[in-house]
Design a binder for this molecule. Sequence first.
Ligand code: SF4
Ligand code: SF4
Length: 454
Amino acid sequence: MHVMFHRYGQFAGGIDLPDENASTIDQPIGMVDSVATLRVPLAPCGTAGASPVVDVGTNVQCGERLAAAPGPGGVDIFAPAAGRVAALTTAVVRHGRDLLACPAIELTDIHGGCGMGAAREVRDWRTVSSNTIRQQLAEGQIATSRPRPEPLIRWVQRAVATACQDLIVNAMENQPYITADHRLLVEYGPQVMQGLAILALACEARQVFLAVDARRTRDYASLVEPAIQYSVNRVALPHKYPIGADPILIKVLTRREVPLGGRPTDIGAAVIDASTCLAAYRWVACGQRLTGRVVTVNGDGVARPGNVFVPFGTSCHDLLGETDAPCVLGGPMTGRQVDGDAVVSPACESVLAVTPTPHAPPSQCIRCGWCRDHCPVRLNVAMLNDMYELGDVAQAEHLGVTACVGCGVCSYVCPARLPLTDRVRRLAGTVRHHRRSMPLLSDMAPSPAAEADR
Ligand code: SF4
Ligand code: SF4
């Protein structure tokens, strides 16, 4: 009998977080209720907007090209549903830890979204060369679903250029509420494994890993045979946040550390997610464009929690319905609060409506050391907080502030309720800016949100 998943090790620091996913984890992926309007973002990769190739008033079909990429850093944009081009507008999307206001095409008279229906294979990708696969991926114009999306072909080219040793699918998904990748692996496991094999061929990776939560492995029986067929190492890791942060996961799996300010590919590792693997399979094998993604809709302010396939450009308001709870794009630890007008893009794995817990205002640091003890990269966060208050960027750099993975653990554990994550992030941003040019004092100004609590 085959070993389903190998169990791996741990990392120092981190915390146990509640799951808060009982209402979504066993529910099959559904379809979003029909929406009246989509605002399809034209710059999901954070570049200049793609150039529209359709006029206002045109009727378009699902999957039809709406806009042409602005250059190699962006992707072409395709209609997520049949409808009429009503206007050129703007939309707010998530991009990494930031929000981005980008140009968008408004579609109305929506009828017939592209959906997640069964896809028939029209190409045999198993018999073609790495070069041919890369060419097909380039034609696919797929944006990755990582928090900071980029054209998939660009991610592949970087992996090839740095002689990718290890290709890792990060399906740890260990922030509360979120189960989108989990449901993808349960319902589309064999297709995700084929997408991973396609990317492994494109990247010419020597080893391939699928990393999942050790408590969920018995739900993934359907992907074991295809994983064996495509030589995918299946790894089950403990539920401890933030093991799903790429640098932490790479270190747990390979014992190699991403250098300060570097990328995983600098140490021969390339990390991707289940959603992008599925998109690669559906395009390369079935010729289906990427026009939406599976999103977890959850939180105490949501009437109907679940995982749904959502066309790009759907607003948070359409997903959440009427709610008084603040809307969060992304997870509760690393996501950003937005108004209901923000829209779903490739980087949006969850839309939450969670009522914040009332708490007292921040007080003075009491030197308990919890922030340092729990920081997964062992930063002296209390001292970095001092450096923030003193405006001492040079000392913050000396303390290694750019190693922060933005996990939010320090703020979560701090008994003084200091907005540590926001401050460390601002310090790290200023250090990076210093490295590129002269300092900008405005970079050190605390955000209104962070300082409102003071
Ligand atoms: S300093 Fe950064 S990496 Fe360390 S706990 Fe805080 S947010 Fe996480
Ligand atoms: S957890 Fe908060 S109170 Fe404790 S040392 Fe860190 S900053 Fe100070």
